[in-house]
Design a protein around this ligand. Structure first.
Ligand code: SF4
Length: 62
């Protein structure tokens, strides 16, 4: 799989887990945001790991 798009749906609780797991892609400023200009294919393990560990399952990718 090659990840082309990553986004965070509503209801992020700002726990910081995604930024801890994959700071190259996620940045928690108030709520989690996906950094601009990232080549997602380079960080697929981190993205899937962050999504699996989000306590409210709001990290999505395709
Ligand atoms: S892991 Fe989920 S709830 Fe926690 S900051 Fe990231 S998107 Fe928000």
């Amino acid at each position: 799989m090659s990840i082309k798009r990553v986004w965070v749906e509503d209801d992020c609780i700002s726990c910081g887990s995604c930024e801890s797991i994959c700071p190259e892609v996620f940045e928690v400023i108030d709520i989690s945001q996906v950094k601009e200009g990232v080549v997602f294919a380079d960080f697929e393990a981190g993205i899937t790991d962050a999504a699996d560990n989000c306590p409210v399952s709001v990290i999505k990718f395709e």
